[in-house]
Design a protein around this ligand. Structure first.
Ligand code: SF4
Length: 556
């Protein structure tokens, strides 16, 4: 056998009775003969038909279906888009029935959020057809679905194709799925029907941020409500107030102020000791409020915890920081393109300035709404710092899922004692999240043994299994919260009785929107520190909490 380089390929020759046999040529000949025999002489590549025609005129008669975030977000985006001239309807939060539809019509081997979200759309359309008697043609003609997408690198890049496949198999061939790219822009609508003015986009972003603020307030207040159900009622009222303001394009600050008043009427008791549990993980799985994460937020609250959620604004800030990181790296790649310092044709300084402005604008807008609505002491993440502390364990070049954020948040939670316990939600079949939760986080929890951490895989079934694992860790977190509380009382020589009496005499501290400065993982311990300082109590030396091991203190 001999080899010979021909152009850019290596030709393999086998001696055949003294003559060289060109294997490649033989294979090509065989392929041609087989193609001829099978009638495949013309190579036809598969192309996604991608029906996405949606014109400005379609807006009048076509209903835009949206879904995917929390109840408040979906409602506010709907209101903002209605004001922009769209007919909009939100889908229900995906449940196990949606998962069943997703599994029936989706490809095998998808990640869990794909099944839930794709199944949720098929479920809704099937309901219109099979229960409301609408013809398939009318469903396809009168509805479109708008969703977020990106180029990946994980399955997120294939969602839109997955939607089309499932829709086709469920009998809705030709149904339009329009994609809003998270990289910025509406790419998939032919006909310009999704084109929005800058003002429309700004109002939509405002709606998302108002949703963030309202959700953050809800999770702060609800665990401590004195009358069960009072927070949900107040939040329901606030949602209506904000949605009306978005729909009518009236002052959101006024609407926010009204919400502040509504929420401050909820009576709370923050002297109850509850462990604070941070939920992190894959974006959709940690954000959804339904079966997609076993209704985790409600479950934890029912088990006596306070939940610390991740908000959508954090994700938007992450997207900006990702762009900044890329620009910084690219700028140093000299001679990769014709630019002197990389990035030919791009004014790098202008690019950085634009990203800086976008970051400041987002933070400014969020904090304005937060202040007006009463969400005090709610710092937005410092992405640079999170990147720095996690880069050693998770390279910032890696993309997909939550990237380095998941690692950075766990370290941050432990080092700064932000919560008593951290749950990382990873959907079944999720490529990036599994690598982080099962791989990198094992190292992190080794390094910070005081961390109470659990990774929960959400598969739609086995809810009891996941919940009982959470309960086990929660037991430890409850003990940690009680230790913190008692340690704080002992530090200032305060009794629980004295604490309660002082709080009862100070209506501002009792207010549902009050937030003590951060000192400890749980809210009740923060309250003790604040009250003791205001009572001018002096801290006295007490033995460290058993949970706070010397190596933990050293790591901090
Ligand atoms: S991050 Fe994971 S769950 Fe989310 S889309 Fe990508 S692969 Fe799926």
């Amino acid at each position: 056998m001999t080899t010979k380089t021909v152009g850019d390929r290596i030709q393999l020759n086998v001696l055949n009775g003294g003559a060289d046999l060109d294997i490649d040529a033989e294979l090509a000949k065989f392929e041609a003969e087989e193609r001829e025999r099978l009638g495949l002489t013309e190579r036809v590549h598969w192309v996604d038909k991608n029906p996405n025609n949606f014109t400005i005129d379609d807006r009048k008669n076509t209903t835009l279906l949206i879904a995917g975030l929390t109840h408040a977000h979906d409602m506010f985006v709907q209101a903002a888009l209605s004001a922009a001239g769209f007919k909009v309807q939100t889908l229900d939060c995906p449940d196990n029935e949606a998962l069943r539809f997703g599994k029936e019509f989706g490809n095998r081997g998808q990640c869990n959020p794909t099944y839930f979200t794709v199944g949720n759309l098929v479920k809704h359309l099937s309901h219109l057809r099979d229960e409301q008697g609408m013809s398939t043609e009318d469903v396809v003609k009168n509805y479109v679905f708008m969703t977020a997408g990106a180029c990946g690198p994980c399955r997120f890049g294939m969602y839109v194709t997955e939607y089309r496949k499932a829709l086709r198999d469920a009998g809705f061939d030709g149904f339009r799925v329009l994609l809003v790219s998270q990289g910025g822009g509406v790419h998939a609508a032919n006909g310009g029907g999704l084109t929005m003015t800058r003002q429309d986009v700004t109002w939509t972003f405002r709606g998302i941020m108002m949703g963030d603020v309202l959700n953050a307030l809800m999770y702060r207040i609800r665990p401590y409500e004195v009358e069960p159900g009072a927070t949900d009622r107040a939040i329901g009222e606030c949602r209506e107030v904000i949605a009306t303001a978005l729909r009518n394009r009236t002052s959101l600050l006024r609407a926010g102020w009204r919400c502040r008043k509504i929420l401050s009427r909820v009576k709370v008791d923050r002297t109850r000791v509850k462990p604070k549990v941070g939920i992190i993980g894959e974006f959709w799985a940690m954000t959804t409020e339904g079966d997609g994460n076993y209704q985790m937020q409600r479950f934890l609250e029912a088990e006596g915890a306070e939940v610390d959620i991740q908000i959508v604004t954090n994700w938007l800030l992450y997207l900006i920081s990702e762009k900044r990181w890329d620009t910084e790296r690219r700028e140093l790649l000299r001679h990769q393109d014709s630019g002197k310092r990389g990035l030919a044709g791009v004014d790098v300084r202008k690019q950085f300035l634009k990203l800086w402005v976008a970051d400041k604008f987002m933070r400014g807008m969020f904090q304005t709404f937060a202040k007006v609505m009463g969400l005090m002491r709610y710092p937005l993440p410092n992405l640079k710092e999170l990147g720095k502390i996690s880069h050693r364990y998770y390279d910032m070049h890696l993309r997909g899922g939550e990237s380095y954020l998941e690692v950075g948040k766990v370290i941050h939670n432990v080092v700064h004692n932000k919560v008593n316990m951290t749950i990382s939600v990873k959907p079944f079949g999720c490529m990036p999240s599994s690598g982080v939760s099962d791989g990198v986080q094992s190292l992190i929890t080794e390094m910070y043994p005081q961390a109470i951490f659990i990774a929960i895989e959400t598969s739609g079934d086995a809810a009891v299994n996941a919940q009982s694992r959470m309960q086990m860790q929660l037991f430890k977190a409850k003990q940690a919260a009680h230790r913190e509380f008692e340690h704080a009382l002992a530090t200032y020589g305060l009794s629980e009785e004295e604490l309660r009496t002082w709080v009862a005499g100070h209506p501002k501290v009792m207010n549902a929107l009050h937030k003590s400065p951060h000192e400890a993982g749980c809210t009740a311990a923060d309250l003790v520190h604040e009250v003791a300082r205001r009572m001018r109590r002096r801290a006295r030396p007490v033995p460290p909490q058993p949970q706070q091991q010397p190596e933990a203190a050293a790591a901090a």
